[in-house]
Design a protein around this ligand. Structure first.
Ligand code: C2E
Ligand code: CA
Ligand code: CA
Ligand code: CA
Length: 276
């Protein structure tokens, strides 16, 4: 028999309860955060490796909690997915990102592609396409400046449905990028069925690209195959000059990472663009 605490619950139950309580409390906080609009969007530049200019920005959500401060998406996106709260959060991020991109254009800054992450729950919404077009319409951002980042696993589920929605986005002029490429189970030949524009080499292959021959081989083949399929290839998590030098030699199209900038608030991102 399991040991009983004073409450009569086993330690196991007590621990389980604490876990459930924490989750419920986080969920309640998250719900409240949606109502109070406590989400901010940070932006991280994507730089053209050959010309060293910023050609895009990725929108990354942050939760500004009054006591906890800035909360990382890694801590709340999974629960937001589970509870469906990712739908209002994702829409807020998309709207803010499109608004900011449009404002920068109106201010005469060099136009950049604005990339927004989609979650699988969003991707499964039958009205996703209408929602995105509605946001573009409201904000006045032209579709060609919007890029949606999604993962291989989102395409693997219902591939037929995925092809249909991606074709609609493509016809509208919206760009599609495959995030964390190389970590899923799809192959490039499989991906060829989908109308996509770019691949993002996952950070895990870039980290040791200068010292690990396997990682270098994987990164190189993604770059070469991407090129032959006429897909733009972006390396994420670029932190060092050596990593960048490798990408230059291999003629990777774009790089994104702390070497250039961490994700920063809109006003700081604007300054980066201003110097561009
Ligand atoms: P991701 O889409 O793969 O985004 C890249 C993550 O890598 C970001 O973490 C970014 O801050 C981080 N990063 C960028 N450059 C470097 C680098 O040089 N070194 C290292 N070590 N890390 C770097 P972040 O902002 O914490 O976001 C984590 C994940 O949360 C994202 O991964 C994405 O999957 C998810 N996420 C963020 N914002 C959103 C959103 O608005 N909607 C959805 N659905 N997911 C989001
Ligand atoms: Ca991403
Ligand atoms: Ca990524
Ligand atoms: Ca990732």
């Amino acid at each position: 028999a399991r040991e009983k605490g004073q409450s009569g619950l086993s330690f196991h139950d007590a621990a389980k309860n604490a876990e459930v309580f924490q989750k419920l409390s986080l969920e309640a906080h998250l719900r409240r955060a949606v109502e109070l609009e406590q989400f901010e969007v940070f932006y991280q530049p994507k730089v053209n490796v050959a010309t060293d200019t910023i050609v895009g920005m990725e929108a990354l959500v942050r939760w500004r909690h009054p006591e906890m401060g800035l909360v990382s998406p890694l801590e709340f996106i999974p629960l937001a997915e589970e509870t469906g709260l990712i739908l209002p959060i994702g829409e807020t991020v998309l709207r803010q990102a499109c608004m900011v991109a449009k404002r920068w254009q109106d201010e005469g800054l060099p136009p950049i592609r604005m990339a927004v992450n989609l979650s699988s729950a969003q991707f499964e919404q039958p009205d996703l396409y209408e929602m995105v077009l509605q946001v573009l319409d409201e904000t006045g951002l032209a579709p060609e400046w919007l890029e949606l980042e999604l993962t291989e696993s989102m395409l693997m589920g219902d591939a037929e449905a995925a092809v249909v929605i991606l074709r609609r986005f493509k016809r509208a002029g919206i760009h599609i990028s495959i995030d964390d490429f190389g970590t899923g189970y799809s192959s490039l030949s499989y991906l060829r069925r989908f109308p996509i524009d770019s691949l993002k080499i996952d950070r895990s292959f870039i980290r040791d690209v200068n010292v690990n021959a396997d990682d270098a081989a994987i990164a190189t083949s993604i770059i070469l195959m991407g090129r032959s399929l006429k897909l733009r290839v972006v390396a994420e998590g670029v932190e060092t000059k050596n990593q960048l030098a490798f990408l230059k030699v291999m003629q990777c199209d774009e790089a994104q990472g702390y070497l250039y900038s961490r994700p920063v608030p809109a006003d700081e991102a604007r300054k980066l663009l201003d110097r561009n």
